[in-house]
Design a protein around this ligand. Sequence first.
Ligand code: ZN
Length: 151
Amino acid sequence: MSQSNVITITTEWKKPRPSIDHDNAEFWAGLKEHKFLVWKCKTCGTSYWPKAYCQNHDNEPFASNMDWVEAKGTGKIYAFNIHHTAFNPGFKEELPYYYALIELDEGPLVSSTLIGDRRPKNIYDIGQKVEVVYEDHPNEGFTIPKFRIID
Ligand SMILES: [Zn+2]
């Protein structure tokens, strides 16, 4: 990666907090280590996000044929929209913000926010390559994954 893909923010978090639970705790722990994890099938290699049973065949009990593995952290814009209204007051300072569906190189779709100097403008930006940026919030104890456009 050409520039640092870690941002540290120490101001107070005013948005809804991420809902971290039993099924996604490992994913959020990975983000704090600056790893983007996907849920991968050990039988056929298909990746999922969030956690799911593999759709390609029968699964072992407790999804023991599945595991969290590190993804490349790159993908492409699948869809995006530009928000000019803050539906939660915590987003007001960032207007307009760019909400996107990212198709990871491993296959799964994830939703995130696009940041950085280059923002998508129109339909021709669909398919534009992106990479993950880890936004550390040390005072809050979590890291938020965001994405930015790369060449
Ligand atoms: Zn599978």
